[in-house]
Design a protein around this ligand. Sequence first.
Ligand SMILES: O=C(O)c1cccc(C(=O)CC[C@H]2O[C@@H](n3cnc4c(=O)[nH]cnc43)[C@H](O)[C@@H]2O)c1
Length: 223
Amino acid sequence: MRVLFVAATEFEVGELKSKVKSQKSKQNNDGQGGQLPIDNCQLLITGVGMVATAYALGRELSTNRYDLAVNLGIAGSFDRNIALGEVVEVIIDTLAELGAEDDEKFLPIDEMGFGKGAFAASRSLNEIADLGLKNCSAITVNTVHGNEHSIAKLKQRMNVEIESMEGAAFFYACTEAKVACFQLRSVSNYVEKRNRDNWQIGLAVKNLNEVAIRLLDALAAQN
Ligand SMILES: O=C(O)c1cccc(C(=O)CC[C@H]2O[C@@H](n3cnc4c(=O)[nH]cnc43)[C@H](O)[C@@H]2O)c1
């Protein structure tokens, strides 16, 4: 099975990268494949944001074939019932800023008649391993929310749990390329008035990599 792991920064998937690398070198040394489950497992680092993600994925998927793509990253949560450091599965993701202002109202791209702004996962982690993750809906933004007024305005028009800067672009590119995909996000912060002291990036990255390695092991067991 050919699997593409996609992250915005190497920092977010450091442990996963080491594991894949060490198993690949075992594979080269003993010819047995080590425990590496998948014949072509790649890690794509796209850079932060939806433009970088769409470009990097479009390029990768136009020249290489994959059976599955998995987006891994940290994220903000609107929902305080989700703990900092908790890993969730995003099943639908919307380009929240794509549309037009109509005075005080926001017109989503769908209502303007120029296509759609929401994109969905086409597979689920649960099909491979039941790790008990919550299913969530998300938005993808160019500007991380960090202002009470803009957060209140967003909450008035959308009811979502998670915010990232790449998720919807990842779903879009995979959908266009007809590659099965799902998205896992680990909550590093709540979406609130900017306060970097409250962020738990280290915990979120640690938990994200634990889940990613359990996924890799589950893929191994399937083979
Ligand atoms: O502002 C900073 O000092 C700072 C330092 C490290 C990272 C950041 C980010 O904004 C990370 C962006 C990165 O992480 C995802 N992410 C994490 N939290 C959020 C959020 O609340 N809203 C949107 N995206 C978030 C995002 O997908 C980026 O890849 C800032």
